[in-house]
Ligand binder design. Structure first.
Ligand code: BDR
Ligand code: CA
Length: 355
């Protein structure tokens, strides 16, 4: 099994990332760290423990991490996830096991250093503050990491050969500002530190909004998750998850006008670790054979405040540059096998149902 560590800010889509990481048969989830983001740290930490209880895995340890960015105050996404970070259902259980009172970065380092070199994956589905702290405080951890999978960023015309900055100024590529995606904007200094990290950047896979917006939890998906493949599952866990999904769908429709269903960003960063989902040969944009080998230099705009970003500045924008073939850098897939993704998520739910 592949050892994985999940750093998250649950968060409706983070909840599905927890489900997939906890139940996919090829993964061994070592622990979960929480970070500020969709809601405050106490909320995201409580939510992680509650979700683990709901899915029957309360023994997986949860450690609270950073409550604000490296240099910035926290910012929360109430409009999307509600004040608790997981609004929309009354079925969230009281956690059977509380979080562990040990700093997240210390626990993460201990878990990684106990794995053989170059084997473990870190999956990050929130702001990157904890991971930046980890690499600063425990530089040796880098040698134990096989891959870092990040849900974050928005690429836009960075995927094309057009010179950067030529994208139509009216075109919105971000979800928290015109340019910036939420996880990156919340702590752009942490994100840029990781993208420039000499040992880590070549082990990093980035799943940006450009990809997650191709994977919408449509009515068909909602019905699959509620009723299962045989059409009659409908357990309390499924009802709870679909209530969460419906809340997420409502806020996405209100805030972004996306009415087919919300993009389920975070479990895609878990799917990166699984064989054949993200590397599948799916044509997208001008993605051809080349797409599998594309590597990018990624730079995050760190000038300006959160308020500047809201006012239209590029703060938090991920600027990517395609590297010449053969050079090492960040991998940014352009598509994935959506059918297989939903089917693997449903399989995890089936396993959770049985416990
Ligand atoms: C990301 O931001 C959060 O609101 C979601 O949980 C996801 O990780 C999408 O931009
Ligand atoms: Ca998240």
């Amino acid at each position: 099994k592949i050892p994985v560590w999940l750093d998250c800010d649950p968060g409706h889509d983070d909840a599905f990332a927890i489900l997939l990481a906890a139940y996919h048969p090829s993964l061994s989830l070592l622990g979960i760290s929480t970070v500020h983001g969709n809601s405050s740290l106490p909320h995201t930490t409580y939510n992680a423990t509650s979700i683990l209880t709901a899915i029957g895995r309360p023994q997986i340890p949860v450690y609270p991490g950073a409550s604000s960015g490296l240099t910035r105050p926290a910012v929360h996404a109430d409009a999307i996830h509600g004040e608790s970070g997981l609004d929309g259902t009354s079925l969230l259980p009281i956690p059977a096991v509380p979080h562990v009172d040990e700093p997240a970065v210390q626990a993460m380092a201990a878990a990684l250093l106990a794995t053989p070199k170059d084997t473990a994956w870190i999956i990050a589905t929130g702001a990157l503050t904890n991971i930046a702290h980890l690499l600063t405080s425990y530089p040796d951890a880098a040698g134990h990491i096989k891959g870092l999978s990040i849900m974050g960023g928005a690429v836009g015309d960075g995927f094309t050969t057009a010179p950067l900055g030529t994208v139509d100024a009216k075109e919105r590529i971000g979800n928290w500002s015109q340019w910036a995606e939420f996880n990156i904007l919340v702590d752009p200094e942490a994100a840029d530190f990781l993208f420039q990290h000499p040992a880590l950047n070549k082990k990093t896979t980035l799943i940006p909004l450009d990809v997650t917006h191709l994977v919408l939890a449509t009515k068909d998906v909602q019905s699959l998750l509620l009723n299962g493949k045989d059409g009659k599952a409908k357990t309390t866990l499924r009802v709870m998850l679909v209530e969460l999904l419906l809340f997420f769908a409502k806020t996405y429709a209100e805030v972004f006008g996306i009415t087919e269903g919300p993009p389920l960003h975070d479990p895609l960063a878990v799917a990166v670790v699984l064989d054949g989902i993200v590397d599948a040969e799916i044509p997208f944009y001008d993605f051809k054979e080349m797409g599998k080998r594309e590597r990018y230099a990624v730079h995050v705009v760190t000038e300006g405040s959160h308020e500047d970003a809201q006012a239209g500045a590029e703060t938090g924008r991920t600027i990517v540059k395609l590297l010449p073939e053969g050079e090492e850098g960040v991998k940014i897939p352009r598509g994935l096998d959506f059918g297989r993704f939903w089917s693997v998520l449903e399989d995890s739910l089936e396993t959770a149902d049985k416990l």
